[in-house]
Write a protein that binds this ligand. Structure first.
Ligand code: UTP
Length: 291
């Protein structure tokens, strides 16, 4: 069986769609309810065999390091005040084995992944984009778990996809499908944000991947287009060789790098909250009467 122990979370983009907040606050620290988005993403990696998480950050992102680091004074204070529940919540942020690397210039997703080479070498890795949240509940299998299982059985790279229609097709990477068995598709081509007419299928690439060993070497050989290194160029190369698989997923995806996606995530997590779920529901009902 193929094994996978490392995960990379690229979170070094400029976050320009969220200016002005992202001028001084890195986008991964924007909170959905009471937790920064980057913590939700690291939590997706619980219980799937990942031993080390490498977060790629932009220069000046100390606040992200601090979030996952020690906070002795705060902990002493919470315990002294008898706030054990809050102490436990704070301690949760320290349970991940996280390493940080800085991407000095935001030169694209492939550039961000390359920054993690010192920790990952040419090993296979899980890749979770820092501005999407994947949420599974009840019997739903978490997206990254599904991808890891497919990789373990095949040794091939796997990307998560979702079905999109109409104009949405042009907002995502798009895949052509060679064949499909038990919900696992073999990808034969990738198109970056195609027009509706060009699209190869209704399957859009989302921000969860498992990447087979040897891909760092391919990334090093990429040539920039428009000053960026495109990860889809490497995926396309894998697809040509029949080494790229794709799968749908159970649960919900939130695009928290987009304002409307971010609001949806906040509303839905608030509705799920034990603390404010009921109040939020009543508030939305009242509000909707006025809309
Ligand atoms: P995006 O290009 O969608 O987002 O990157 P962005 O640059 O952060 O935000 P906008 O578009 O300016 O608002 C997708 C993911 O890849 C990471 C981002 O942090 C995000 O999680 N990324 C992107 C990097 O880590 N480095 C890059 O050079 C580019």
């Amino acid at each position: 069986m193929y094994n996978i122990k490392k995960a990379i979370i690229p979170a070094a983009g400029l976050g320009t769609r969220f200016l002005p907040i992202t001028k001084a606050i890195p986008k991964p620290m924007l909170s959905v309810l009471d937790k920064p988005t980057i913590q939700y993403i690291t939590e997706e990696l619980t219980g799937v065999g990942i031993e080390e998480i490498i977060i790629v950050v932009s220069p000046g992102s100390d606040v992200i390091r601090n979030h996952f680091g020690k906070a002795d004074d705060l902990e002493r204070r919470l315990l002294a005040d008898g706030k054990k529940e809050l102490y436990d919540i704070e301690k949760e942020t320290q349970k991940f084995n996280v390493k940080f690397v800085v991407q000095e210039t935001a030169n694209g997703l492939a550039g961000a992944i390359l920054c993690a080479e010192q920790y990952v070498g040419n090993e296979p890795f899980a890749l979770l984009l820092g501005d999407e949240l994947l949420f599974a509940e009840g019997n739903e299998k978490p997206c990254i778990k599904r991808l890891i299982e497919i990789y373990q059985q095949t040794g091939k790279s796997v990307i998560a996809t979702m079905e999109v229609f109409g104009d949405d097709v042009s907002k995502y990477g798009n895949i052509g499908i060679r064949d499909e068995k038990d919900g696992v598709m073999t990808v034969d081509r990738i198109l970056e944000k195609p027009s509706i007419n060009e699209a190869l299928s209704n399957n859009a690439i989302i921000g969860r991947y498992v990447i087979q060993s040897g891909v760092m070497d391919k990334l090093k050989k990429l040539t920039p287009r428009k000053n960026e290194l495109y990860f889809t160029d490497v995926l396309d190369e894998l697809a040509e060789k029949g080494d790229l698989l794709a799968s749908g997923f159970e649960g919900k995806r939130y695009d928290v790098g987009d304002k409307f996606g971010y609001i949806k995530a906040n509303v839905e997590f608030a509705l799920r909250s034990k603390e404010i779920g009921e109040d939020t529901k009543n508030y939305i009902k009242e509000l909707s009467k006025k809309l």
